[in-house]
Design a protein around this ligand. Structure first.
Ligand SMILES: Nc1ncnc2c1ncn2[C@@H]1O[C@H](COP(=O)(O)OP(=O)(O)OP(=O)(O)O)[C@@H](O)[C@H]1O
Ligand SMILES: O=C(O)C1=C[C@@H](O)[C@@H](O)[C@H](O)C1
Ligand SMILES: [Mg+2]
Length: 184
């Protein structure tokens, strides 16, 4: 399969999903196993502004963050052979969704609410969107956000599995797809 001159095997892989499901952690592990460059979109934005996401939200505002998120993703997802982890809110923007689905293999990392809420203390301080929200409000956001992740090429359930096992499963699935549908 070749699309716009890019073979299935060359296509960049994009991870999507709610905050804290493990896009950055798993993306990094998958990139290492595939000997590919890893790009974390939040880290790219933070590098450009020279400050962490919470400060960008506080000092410059969410609107500017979202604009930067769109331009960074639009540029980077056209590159080949990368593993790219998006921020949890990136797919709120239709343009981002379209450009990723057209140029990359989009993998949705799915985690149940029951498993997700065990992880809250690990991420609450660094995710401005969660700050000041009650557990009930976060649960509502969690379920509402599932709609934006519904458009993807593949889904991987990550409940009760460690990072290494998930990354290994993804790499093996990719190799099978490349073998079955890749050009000879
Ligand atoms: N499979 C896993 N099992 C246990 N802990 C995990 C797993 N995957 C990720 N974590 C932990 O959960 C936390 C959040 O992971 P990570 O930063 O990768 O999430 P994310 O999806 O990139 O979030 P965001 O959308 O906010 O960027 C980290 O502390 C990470 O170590
Ligand atoms: O889900 C979200 O809206 C966000 C997730 C993070 O990855 C960051 O992109 C930022 O904190 C916003
Ligand atoms: Mg991340």
């Amino acid at each position: 399969m070749v699309y716009r001159g890019v073979s299935l095997k060359e296509m960049s892989i994009v991870f999507i999903g709610f905050m804290g499901v493990g896009k950055t952690t798993i993306g990094k592990a998958v990139a290492k196993k595939l000997y590919r460059d890893f790009i974390d979109i939040d880290a790219e934005i933070e590098k450009e502004y020279g400050m962490p996401t919470s400060q960008i939200f506080n000092k410059i505002g969410e609107k500017a963050f979202r604009e930067k998120e769109k331009s960074v993703i639009t540029d980077l997802c056209k590159k080949k052979m990368k593993v790219i982890s998006l921020g949890g809110g990136a797919f709120l923007q239709e343009e981002i969704k379209q450009v990723c689905l057209e140029n990359c293999l989009v993998i949705f990392l799915d985690l149940s609410w029951e498993n997700w809420k065990e992880r809250i203390s690990l991420i609450i301080d660094s995710r401005p969107v969660l700050k000041g929200k009650s557990l009930k409000e976060i649960e509502e956001l969690f379920y509402k956000r599932q709609e934006i992740y519904a458009d993807h090429h593949s889904v991987v359930s990550t409940d009760n599995q460690d990072v290494e096992d998930i990354a290994e499963y993804i790499v093996e699935s990719l190799k099978l797809a490349w073998e079955l549908y890749g050009e000879k």
